[in-house]
Design a protein around this ligand. Structure first.
Ligand SMILES: C[S@@+](CC[C@H](N)C(=O)[O-])C[C@H]1O[C@@H](n2cnc3c(N)ncnc32)[C@H](O)[C@@H]1O
Length: 287
C-alpha cells in the first residue's frame, strides 16, 4: 500500500470502519461463541474473528466465488476456528432450510451473535426482502444474543439533504468536499428511496435509504430490540480514548488529535446498530 493510496478518502474510510468493527467485535463477541456473518463477502474480517477466539463461524453470502475466497483466507490462517461457508440469498431464502441439512437431532445450530457489516441496506428493496432478511437474522439467534453491524445513517443523510437548497424536483443534492449524494426520489419512503453516493475520486455507490423507525419496528416484529445505534462520527468521540492504540494500528490518519473534517463528513453517513434478541412472551389468552 503506497502512502498516496493510504490517503485516499475511501481507504481512510475503510481504515476507520475497520477500527469500528474491531471495537464492536471486542465488546459483543466472547471467547467460544458461535458467530454468523451475513454478507460475509471475501472474508475480510477473518483475522478479527480469529482474535475474538470464537468457536464456530458461519459465513453467509450469495456469491460462490466470495465464499471460496473467504474459505481460502480461513485455510491460510490454519483454520483458527470451526467454519461453514453457506451459499444463500438472504433476502429470498429461508436460513432454516440451509441449516437443517447440517444439523443432527442432538445438535441444532444457534448463534450467539449475527454480524452484518455491509449490505443490510441492500436487503431493503421491498417489504418482502427486508422481512426475509430480518427473519433470517433473528431465527437462529439465541435469546440475549446480538444482531449488530454498520449501515448508512438515514437520519444523517436526510438531515444533510434538508440543509441544501432545493433545485428542481427530487430531494436536494448533498454536496461535500469529498462526495455528493443524489436521490432518485422526491420522497423518503420506507422502501425504494435510492441514493447515489459519488466520491470525488470517481467511485459511485448506490444504496437504499432505510427509514430507521420502520427498521426498528420490523426488527421488533422478529423479537429484536434496539440496544443502541451510534453515528460513526459520534462513535469516534465516544471511543477514541479507550481504543486509541487500535486507531493507530488501523492506520487511520489522525492529524492534531482529530480526523480531518471533510473525512469526518463522509464517516458521518454511516451508523452502527446493535439489537438484542428478547425473550418471546407467550401470548395471554383472555378469559
Ligand atoms: C461489500 S460485500 C461485504 C463484505 C464484508 N461483509 C465486509 O464488510 O468486508 C457485500 C457482499 O454481500 C453479498 N450479497 C449481496 N446481496 C446478497 C444477498 N441478497 N444475499 C446474500 N449475499 C448477498 C455480495 O455477494 C457481497 O459479497
Amino acid at each position: 500500500m503506497t502512502t498516496a493510496q493510504l490517503k485516499t478518502p475511501i481507504w481512510q474510510f475503510k481504515a476507520y470502519e475497520n477500527w469500528v468493527k474491531t471495537i464492536l467485535i471486542s465488546e459483543l463477541v466472547e471467547t467460544g461463541n458461535s458467530l454468523a456473518e451475513f454478507y460475509c463477502g471475501q472474508g475480510l474480517d477473518t483475522g478479527k474473528w480469529e482474535r475474538s477466539k470464537i468457536r464456530k463461524y458461519y459465513g453467509f453470502d450469495h456469491a460462490k466465488e466470495s465464499l471460496v475466497e473467504s474459505e481460502t483466507k480461513w485455510l491460510q490462517r490454519k483454520q483458527p476456528y470451526e467454519a461453514e461457508f453457506i451459499e444463500i440469498d438472504l433476502t429470498t431464502d429461508d436460513i432454516n432450510e440451509k441449516l437443517r441439512e447440517k444439523e443432527t437431532p442432538q445438535q441444532t445450530i444457534e448463534f450467539d451473535s449475527v454480524a452484518c457489516f455491509e449490505g443490510l441496506q441492500h436487503s431493503f428493496l421491498n417489504q418482502d426482502t427486508a422481512n426475509q432478511f430480518i427473519e433470517n437474522a433473528s431465527n437462529r439467534l439465541k435469546v440475549g444474543g446480538y444482531f449488530f453491524g454498520i449501515m448508512p445513517d438515514s437520519s444523517s443523510i436526510w438531515y444533510k439533504s434538508q440543509k441544501e437548497a432545493a433545485t428542481g424536483s427530487g430531494l436536494p443534492t448533498v454536496k461535500s468536499a469529498l462526495f455528493n449524494i443524489d436521490f432518485d426520489s422526491d420522497i423518503f419512503d420506507f422502501f425504494g428511496c435510492k441514493y447515489h453516493l459519488s466520491l470525488k475520486d470517481g467511485n459511485t455507490y448506490t444504496e437504499n435509504l432505510i427509514h430507521f423507525p420502520s427498521f426498528i419496528n420490523l426488527c421488533k416484529n422478529h423479537n429484536l430490540i434496539l440496544v443502541e445505534a451510534t453515528n460513526l462520527a459520534e462513535f469516534y468521540e465516544e471511543n477514541k480514548k479507550n481504543y486509541e492504540s487500535k486507531l493507530q494500528q488501523a492506520r487511520v490518519l489522525v492529524g492534531k488529535g482529530k480526523i480531518e473534517p471533510a473525512q469526518m463528513d463522509l464517516i458521518s453517513l454511516y451508523t452502527t446498530f446493535i439489537f438484542v434478541k428478547e425473550i418471546i412472551e407467550p401470548k395471554l389468552i383472555k378469559p
